[in-house]
Design a protein around this ligand. Structure first.
Ligand code: ADP
Ligand code: MG
Length: 382
């Protein structure tokens, strides 16, 4: 039994024990939706990060691990179309780790990201571990009542979009496995992928400059990162950028809020396991199928550059590599004209269309059409 089979069973067990009518969505989405008042719904999401499984302590400075612990949960709140406001953080670590500067650096990275999005650390727990570091991250957010964007709302004919670009985080993981490490002299603050930053203004939606920024803060600008042409970037720059895609994900909080508040998305999920797996999750919940256009998938520019020379397939990394923490969402035809071009400097790409054929997910690549199997990450896979 793998992770998802177990969760399915748990979901049935929980659903047969309804103790509260205020739980609107329980197990099975990126976050739970709980009715808070007549006008607001609360979103709650939780993520567990285990040393040696979800992160490797010697692969990254502790600040980045603190950033990522919060980022993964902010991404789930964004995937519900909600605005994050409060967080809870529990962790356990062995005594030797406790006596090092790990915890202070970890908290510094965590709080820097919390400040960027106006999230208040509101509680947690601390314990001693006999093995490695264990981190439990919880984030709460809010949406207008009924506005949460679920995985289950996609309908045939809806267009499929992703934010940003894909494959970078998986390529970064491969580089870490090959021994590459972030160069701290390059500064660990504000490392946004070069693609995202190129020619973008940091917080204001393009074409609607009179509107307020979607979120407090938004991505930090990278000094000197504007208008870097790919030809000016060395391989070292590309490697560093990919390492940061893996180690310092930028949750698409602004896009989540815009898509939720403006009722633009019919369904949404964040890409944590990989596009192929997460699109399957979304289609399964919505009882629909999908056809993806391979040429439309936005590939990370550094992945294209480095993979091409190393016989790795950028498309495979984009389809099956996880942890990009981009948003995958669907939009009804009549709402497409209302979509902003960019939010917080991040653009979107239309990658395909929802079909009626339940759970049939296909890729159109030149003159071929093939079935896309879910090959993303799953714990306890046999
Ligand atoms: P995500 O990748 O978005 O964090 P997961 O795949 O971890 O989502 O979880 C899918 C769903 O299963 C979520 O609704 C989550 O809350 C639920 N879930 C996962 N593990 C458990 C558990 N141990 N107990 C109850 N619900 C769980
Ligand atoms: Mg998720």
């Amino acid at each position: 039994m793998n992770e998802f089979d177990f969760i399915d069973r748990l979901r049935q067990q929980a659903n047969s024990r309804k103790h509260s009518t205020r739980i609107l969505t329980g197990i099975g989405d990126d976050g739970a939706v709980i009715s808070e008042s007549g006008t607001r719904d609360l979103i709650v999401t939780t993520d567990l990060l285990i040393e040696g499984v979800d992160f490797h302590i010697n692969a990254a400075p502790a600040r980045l691990t603190g950033h990522k612990a919060l980022a993964v949960s902010l991404s789930d709140v964004a995937a519900m179309g909600a605005r994050p406001s409060w967080s809870f953080l529990s962790f356990a670590m062995p005594r030797e780790r406790w006596d090092s500067n790990f915890k202070d650096e970890f908290i510094a990275g965590y709080l820097a990201l919390a400040d960027q999005f106006g999230v208040t650390l509101s509680g947690g727990d601390v314990s001693e571990s006999t093995t490695g570091v264990v981190i439990d991250s919880i984030v709460l957010g809010e949406v207008e009542s009924g506005a949460a964007v679920k995985r289950s709302g996609a309908r045939a004919g809806d267009q499929i979009y992703v934010t940003g670009n894909l494959g970078g985080a998986a390529a970064g993981l491969k580089l870490i496995e090959l021994g590459a490490r972030v160069d701290e002299r390059s500064g660990i603050r504000g490392q946004e992928s070069a693609d995202d930053q190129r020619g973008s203004s940091p917080t204001v939606r393009e074409g609607s400059e009179s509107e307020p920024p979607a979120v407090a803060g938004g991505p930090e600008p990278v000094p000197g990162a504007v208008a870097i042409g790919s030809s000016d970037r060395s391989d070292d720059d590309a490697i560093q950028s990919l390492l940061f895609r893996q180690l310092r994900p930028n949750p698409r909080v602004g896009w989540g809020i815009v898509l939720g508040e403006q009722h633009l998305a019919t369904s949404m999920i964040d890409i944590s396991d990989g596009l192929s797996s997460d699109l399957h999750h979304l289609c399964r919940e919505s009882h629909v199928g999908a056809i993806i256009d391979a040429a439309a998938i936005p590939l990370d520019i550094d992945v294209k550059r480095l993979c091409g020379r190393r016989a790795l397939d950028p498309l495979a990394l984009a389809l099956h590599g996880g942890e990009d923490f981009e948003l995958l969402f669907t939009v009804a035809q009549e709402d497409i004209s209302r979509l902003p071009k960019k939010v917080d400097g991040v653009q979107i790409s239309r990658v395909g269309e929802i079909t009626e054929r339940a759970e049939s997910i296909q890729v159109r690549e030149r003159d071929r059409v093939w079935d896309l199997q879910p090959q993303g990450f799953s714990h306890f896979e046999s």
